[in-house]
Design a protein around this ligand. Structure first.
Ligand SMILES: [Zn+2]
Length: 202
């Protein structure tokens, strides 16, 4: 399997913007259950529109390993597109309570080292060329990012503002400045209380 050109250069893309190749979906489509070589076409949609399509074919290597061939085009400009055709190793592991589980082996390499991480979902972020695991692409989930933003806006920022205002209040001499700072502290207090109330309700 060639490793050239599969280095990762992208950072912190959001999962929701990437195409997902999900093992559960491949099983649902019947690709994993058959033993003879066969293929399917996967399509990704945004609303009604097909935004990407890919041909996938499975070739069994042994009882516990197979190669999944992926063929797809990526448009480089509005007129030109580049074709990609490569194989990804799939492995099976036995479940503790019986049955088997299928895994992709991440085909990317990072800083010259192959990743080879076992995963259930591979991603193709916007602007990338090869499917790879979430960690290689340093993907974050939007909800987690949103949570961080909410935390920052809701508590970290008012907390910081309140601390600064308290410090200034200790040194303040003019009644007007004191009133302004007291108002700032009160507002930050209210914002923090509001955030805490929302968190309890959530
Ligand atoms: Zn990886």
């Amino acid at each position: 399997m060639p490793n050239t050109g599969r280095g990762v250069t992208m950072k912190k893309t959001i999962c929701d913007d990437a195409l997902r190749l999900d093992m559960t979906e491949l099983r649902r489509l019947g690709l994993l259950q058959r033993t003879e070589r066969h293929g399917i076409v996967l399509r990704w949609r945004r609303g009604e529109q097909v935004i990407a399509r890919m041909y996938c074919a499975l070739r069994s290597l042994s009882a516990s390993a197979a190669l999944l061939r992926l063929s797809y085009d990526i448009s480089e400009t509005s007129r030109e597109s580049k074709g990609f055709d490569y194989e990804i190793l799939l492995v099976k592991s036995k479940c503790y309570f019986g049955g088997v589980r299928d895994w992709f082996m991440c085909p990317l390499s990072k800083e010259g080292r192959p990743c080879g991480r076992r995963c259930r979902v591979l991603y193709l972020p916007h602007g990338a060329q090869y499917f790879g695991c979430r960690l290689c692409y340093e993907l974050t989930y939007e909800s987690r990012q949103r949570h961080r933003n909410r935390f920052y806006e809701g508590i970290a920022k008012p907390w910081d503002k309140r601390d600064k205002a308290r410090e200034k209040l200790l040194r303040a001499r003019k009644p007007k400045t004191m009133r302004k700072l007291a108002e700032r502290i009160w507002q930050a207090d209210m914002a923090i209380k509001q955030y805490c109330r929302e968190q309890r309700m959530a």
